[in-house]
Design a protein around this ligand. Structure first.
Ligand code: PLP
Length: 375
């Protein structure tokens, strides 16, 4: 019996979908580096080079004797901790196996064939994926121009113009990945005031823990005023727990209740629940991570600009570096020398690479390698 055309059997949105591109095959690169006794400097995924709170690490070890059990299906302790930390009600919180899962679920639940999802050019790749997987039409608002202070950042006026009566969801990241750009709380309030109540605005704050600009507080306090606002957060970036997979959204309790219907009951695993709760209370660690990142980010930014590269300011733990010529050969040469950035061709930015701000040693190695490659 011959295999059927499985693609044709998939639902229509999925037939045209290409899987999320996670960048380089790091497992293979690590194996090669180990064989040639070289360090691999991984700067492609915006992971936290300073690592998680030691207490969170310990919490993982401490829960190992329990891993034959299912985790708490409600994640009650973590929700309580999050609610108290952020001044929310537990009914406003939905936990996810990373926030990626929740972004997909939002589209699955609130969009579908015949509806539209709006995002910005150079927005996070998952938004387009979520729209397509749900079978919704994706509308992309043009980004701000390259020479704008927020080079290639979200243009909220342009985004608003794409919103129509069929628009169920708007996805915005603040600060944005991969541009590192951001918009002010004031601009967000203006934007939300003009969006109809039946359009859900998802504000992805994956990099919030790295933010230092006082004009960019979290949007969580705006939930009171805008019931159609959803704020997405993750423990993968500032908290350094990417490998455990835990994130959450905060939103109106009724929106959360609707999404609960499709949440897989044990979506957040037991070590993740334990570690995230403890990480939340290690404020000193988080503060140190932010301070280190702020310092190292500005040093790296200055070094890159000194080399004539175009790099916009960033409120995150990464920089979008524009080489002004095709970046693929530069990237290959970097990878050959053991430094791994994230290629940006998939984002329509073929002259750019996204580079995570590493620790001091990693940044030094990055600059060394760049000097060799660009010579
Ligand atoms: C990294 C990232 C996420 C989420 O990551 P998870 O590990 O799935 O929580 C979400 N949004 C943006 C913009 C990101 O860069």
């Amino acid at each position: 019996m011959s295999a059927p055309n499985f693609n044709a059997l998939a639902q229509s949105g999925i037939q045209r979908l290409r899987a999320y591109d996670p960048g380089h095959d790091l497992v293979a690169l690590r194996r090669e580096a180990e064989a040639s006794r070289r360090v691999l400097v991984e700067l492609g995924s915006n992971e936290n080079s300073h690592g998680p709170s030691p207490r969170a690490r310990q919490a993982v070890l401490d829960c190992l004797h329990e891993i034959y059990r299912y985790p708490d299906p409600l994640g009650g302790d973590l929700k309580l901790a999050l609610a108290s930390y952020h001044g929310l009600d537990t009914a406003q919180i939905l936990l996810g196996n990373g926030s990626h899962e929740l972004l997909m679920m939002l589209a699955q639940v609130f969009a579908g064939p015949g509806t539209e999802i709006v995002a910005s050019q150079y927005g996070f790749a998952v938004y387009a994926l979520a729209a397509q997987a749900a079978g919704a039409q994706l509308r992309i608002a043009p980004a701000l121009p390259v020479d704008h202070a927020m080079s290639r950042g979200h243009d909220l006026d342009a985004v608003r113009r794409e919103v129509a009566y069929r628009t169920r969801l708007v996805f915005l990241a603040n600060p944005n990945n991969p541009t590192g750009t951001w918009f002010s709380n004031e601009a967000l309030i203006g934007f939300l005031s003009e969006i109809p109540a039946s359009t859900i605005v998802v504000l992805d704050e994956a990099y919030h823990e790295y933010v230092t600009d006082p004009a960019l507080p979290s949007a969580l306090p705006l939930l009171e005023r805008f019931p159609n606002l959803v704020v997405a957060r993750t423990f993968s970036k500032g908290y350094g727990l990417a490998g455990l997979r835990v994130g959450f959204i905060a939103a109106h309790p009724e929106l959360v209740a609707v999404m609960e219907r499709v949440r897989e009951s044990f979506n957040v695993n037991l070590p993740a629940l334990a570690a995230a709760r403890v990480a939340l209370y290690d404020q000193d660690h988080l503060d140190r991570v932010r301070e280190q990142n702020t310092l190292l980010r500005s040093e790296l930014l200055a070094q890159l600009r000194k080399r004539g590269l175009s790099v916009p300011d960033s409120q995150t733990n990464f920089l979008l570096v524009d080489f002004g010529r095709p970046a693929i050969p530069i990237e290959s040469a970097m990878v050959q020398r053991g430094v791994v950035p994230r290629p940006m061709s998939g984002y329509g930015l073929p002259t750019c690479l996204r580079i995570t701000v590493g620790n001091r040693d990693e940044n030094r190695r990055l600059l060394q390698v760049l000097d060799e490659v660009l010579a």
